[in-house]
Design a protein around this ligand. Structure first.
Ligand SMILES: Nc1ncnc2c1ncn2[C@@H]1O[C@H](COP(=O)(O)OP(=O)(O)OP(=O)(O)O)[C@@H](O)[C@H]1O
Ligand SMILES: [Mg+2]
Length: 365
């Protein structure tokens, strides 16, 4: 190899990916290197478009290249680091879960009303805002709330024919492609549905829908851990699951059941982590105060108990509820709670990337 390019590779071989704890060259993240005496250009493939550590990786690459050039007594080059992304999937030895869909993530809770749909809507919005391609399926027959939270109750998905197949075209809002059971049947009718009907509707949502390329397809489950849930989670090739709970004892007991459901041998879906919602109440007029209405740190304890990451703690704030009712997720606002949702999205993106990198590694071992 040309010695200058080699020098750049050597430099990048000392830069560690902060989450995966291995260097960029070993991880195969360095995709292109152009090196001339005064100018270096590198293309680094990130593990996720929502990578929270982009700028850190960029500056570490620049510093390493500068140091290696200086060590050889060479003039400092101008450095261009292009960061791109390709979301890899850990399933089937690295192939996508569905053609074009990289990761399918279920959001579950044992108990109802703990904020699954609120968390899912904000997560979808935040991931899309950070540059990822995101789809969201609302599978909650008991009360499909996603259309309300995205302000599109009155919209209907379209239909197209591609290569002789009829495909559903999702409704798109804020860069998120949406499908809801609520678009198909009025709630009074849908509640009567049984497991097999739900499961076939979902199969259609997943296989007969024009999703295009997606980095994340989120899947808002109905509350509970009944047979219908078992059918649902085994209908879909899930990358992983997120369990939402409040810190309260009764919610934790149900969240515990949800974790166990995913761990059952016939389901065997990895739980990416726990989200603690309504962690504390903060009144608008006392933004510095926290009242632990539903108890304290229960979600963290559940996560610790199962050796799972606590993906985020979301406060109970009136504006989160209002934003949901108004059809624009709270994460769009400039508030502390929006920051909590953005942090959650970063952590989820990171956990998915770590799990996928580990799965790829063990598949190639
Ligand atoms: N962090 C929060 N702060 C304020 N209100 C919240 C918060 N999280 C959820 N809510 C509100 O609580 C109610 C229940 O939330 P949500 O519908 O998201 O729960 P769910 O778990 O999806 O419920 P279900 O089990 O019925 O599907 C909604 O009115 C929502 O706006
Ligand atoms: Mg819900």
């Amino acid at each position: 190899m040309d010695p200058l390019r080699q020098l750049v590779y050597d430099a990048l071989g000392t830069v560690e990916e902060p989450d995966l704890k291995k260097d960029l060259v070993t991880l195969g993240m360095v995709r292109e290197v152009e090196a001339a005496p005064g100018a270096v250009r590198v293309v680094v493939m990130l593990t996720t478009p929502a990578c929270p550590l982009k700028e850190l990786i960029r500056s570490r690459c620049e510093d390493a290249i500068k140091a290696f050039f200086a060590q050889k007594g060479l003039e400092e080059p101008t450095i261009t680091i292009d960061l791109t992304s390709e979301v890899t999937s850990g399933r089937s030895g690295g192939g996508p879960v569905l053609p074009g869909v990289r990761n399918i993530i279920a959001i579950a809770s044992g108990k109802g009303g703990v904020g699954k749909s609120t968390v899912t809507a904000n997560l979808a919005y935040a991931l899309a805002a950070s540059g990822a391609r995101v789809g969201l399926i609302d599978a909650d027959i008991t009360g499909p709330s996603i259309p309300t939270m995205f302000g599109c109750e009155d919209e209907q998905p379209g239909m197209v024919t591609r290569d002789g197949r009829n495909l559903i075209v999702p409704v798109e809002r804020y860069g998120v492609k949406l499908l809801s059971i609520g678009f198909l049947a009025p709630p009074e009718a849908a509640v009567m549905w049984r497991g097999p009907m739900m499961s076939s509707a979902l199969k259609q949502f997943i296989q007969d829908t024009e999703w295009g390329e997606l980095d994340y397809l989120l899947f808002d489950l109905p509350p509970g851990t009944s047979d219908i849930h078992l059918t649902l989670v085994s209908t879909v090739p899930l990358t992983g699951a997120i369990v939402v709970t409040t810190p309260q004892k009764v919610a934790l007991a149900d969240a515990q059941k949800a974790v166990s459901m995913f761990k059952q041998p016939q389901i065997n879906v990895e739980v990416l982590g726990i989200v603690e919602n309504m962690s504390w109440f903060t009144p608008a007029e006392l933004p510095g105060s926290q009242y632990f209405i539903f108890g304290r740190e229960g979600g963290r304890q559940l996560a610790d108990h199962h050796n799972l990451p606590l993906l985020g703690q979301i406060p109970l704030v009136q504006s989160i509820r209002e934003a949901g009712d108004d059809g624009l997720p709270a994460v769009a606002q400039r508030t502390e709670s929006a920051k909590a949702f953005r942090g959650l999205a970063e952590t989820v993106a990171r956990e998915v990337a770590i799990r996928n990198a580990q799965a790829l590694e063990s598949a190639s071992a």
